[in-house]
Design a protein around this ligand. Structure first.
Ligand SMILES: Cc1ncc(COP(=O)(O)O)c(C=O)c1O
Length: 438
């Protein structure tokens, strides 16, 4: 084969856009971390065991008995009409008023991200996003040969002044900004939430710069004590494409998400959806629709909140006990805690050692398009039990202590410097491994 290499004879045949498709750290980790003896704080898998299986079986049974022929058939490229109406009720919980005609059902919100990117991104375009940001969104942006420009966050989410600066710098250098990709509530991976005041400010900044907002909100309903501020889409209809999903509030195996878009964009999204999949699965849409009509879905979301709240508390109290000198965010909902390590440590380099100690996490570098994030890691508390979370953090503390010992030995100084202040964490000065690590 001409132009190939030893590993892949088609190497030189791929389109340029395929160069952006590289296995992420998260993906590689799933294989290792799925071994039962490893406590995985890496993946963001919802705890679907908390879902009443009987309710789902009932819904499937009724769909097949009463509407089987429709459920097994191709459907509309925009999605099942009744489900689109019900999605309006879900979004109303976060202040969104909309028309079912502007909802497009997709194969998970991941596919909505893909479709929006396909519609908007040319090679060389810029997507502005929080830094850090959702890893698999960045994989998509890169696969369309766009560049991701990260704007920093603090404990109240994206920093408006920094956004203004970044937009000005990008414009000054002649770059084309296509949209702001943001996860305002219970951010993946940072765990922080954009305050209401900042939602107003950021929307205004985007409006005045003619920048579309792509609001990705998989976790908004999974709050612990009080609801997140209303969605950005509740404030603005024309400048926002909003993405939602049933993956976290119900189950990801259905692969049902949606986009709510301004009318003209919605038309193009339907065409792109048809071109990609003809129609999203009629069967899973109808099962979800049946479930929403007959089960106590709001009560179910409440149950999930309780489960995740307990696990978040378990994680933070274990961090307090075993790694009190590190910095971390305190999420008010969602699945993730963002941890800042001592300056000397590199979360990516430390990972093999952690897996050897039977604990897995996601290195911060996975969440930056530019290789930043070595001093950070994402810990997910959604899947392991509170007991296992404790075990995992204890093992992590052993790993961190070991790394610091090693560094001290080789540096020969014994002195540990302070890490720089990092936005989005409660970073404190790292004064050496605490006595209570066991
Ligand atoms: C921020 C964010 N967006 C989108 C997705 C994709 O979700 P799905 O395709 O299951 O709806 C995820 C999944 O973890 C996510 O965390």
């Amino acid at each position: 084969m001409q132009g190939g290499n030893n590993l892949d004879p088609w190497y030189h045949h791929y389109a340029d856009r395929a160069a952006g498709l590289k296995a992420s750290e998260v993906r590689a980790l799933f294989a290792v971390a799925s071994r039962p003896e490893v406590v995985s704080l890496a993946g963001g898998m919802p705890y679907v065991a908390a879902l009443p299986q009987d309710r789902v079986i009932d819904a499937m049974d009724r769909v097949m008995r009463h509407k089987g022929a429709t459920a097994l058939q191709y459907g509309s490229g925009q999605g099942v009409p009744l489900l689109r109406e019900q999605i309006l009720d879900v979004m109303a919980l976060e202040g969104i008023k909309a028309n079912a005609d502007d909802v497009v059902v997709t194969t998970g919100s991941q596919h909505a991200l893909e479709l929006v990117s396909k519609l908007f991104l040319n090679p060389g375009d810029v997507v502005i996003s929080e830094g850090p940001s959702y890893v698999t969104a960045m994989v998509i942006f890169k696969s369309y040969q766009a560049e991701v420009d990260h704007v920093p966050m603090d404990e109240n989410g994206l920093i408006p002044a920094a956004l203004i600066e970044h937009i000005a710098a990008l414009k000054a250098s002649g770059r084309t900004i296509k949209f702001l990709y943001t996860i305002p509530s219970f951010h993946n991976p940072a765990g922080v939430t954009l305050s209401w005041e900042r939602r107003l400010e950021i929307l205004e900044i985007c409006r005045s710069n003619n920048i579309l907002v792509l609001e990705d909100n998989p976790y908004g309903l999974l709050y612990f004590d009080k609801p997140a501020p209303d969605a950005i889409r509740s404030l603005e209809r024309d400048g926002v494409v909003y993405l939602g999903t049933f993956s976290k509030t119900l189950a990801p195996g259905f692969r049902v998400g949606w986009a709510l878009a301004p009318h003209a964009i919605r038309e193009k999204l339907v065409l792109a959806n048809e071109a990609a999949v003809l129609s999203p699965s009629s069967f899973t849409q109808m099962v979800i629709s049946e479930y929403l009509s007959t089960a106590d879905w709001k009560g179910q979301i409440n149950t999930f909140r309780g489960v995740y709240h307990e696990r978040k508390n378990a994680m933070l109290s274990a961090l307090d006990e075993y790694l009190p000198d590190l910095g971390w965010t305190n999420p008010a909902g969602g699945f993730y805690v963002w941890v800042t390590l001592p300056e000397q440590l590199d979360s990516k380099a430390m990972l093999p050692r952690a897996v050897k100690e039977l604990v897995a996490y996601t290195p911060g570098t996975a969440f930056y398009a530019d290789g930043d994030g070595r001093q950070s890691m994402r810990l997910a508390f959604c899947y392991p039990t509170p007991e296992n979370i404790r075990v995992g953090i204890r093992r992590l503390a052993t790993v961190i202590r070991g790394e610091l010992d090693l560094l001290e030995t080789f540096a020969g100084t014994g002195a540990l410097g302070a890490a720089p202040d990092r936005p989005g964490t409660n970073y404190q000065r790292y004064a050496g491994p605490p006595a209570n690590i066991s």
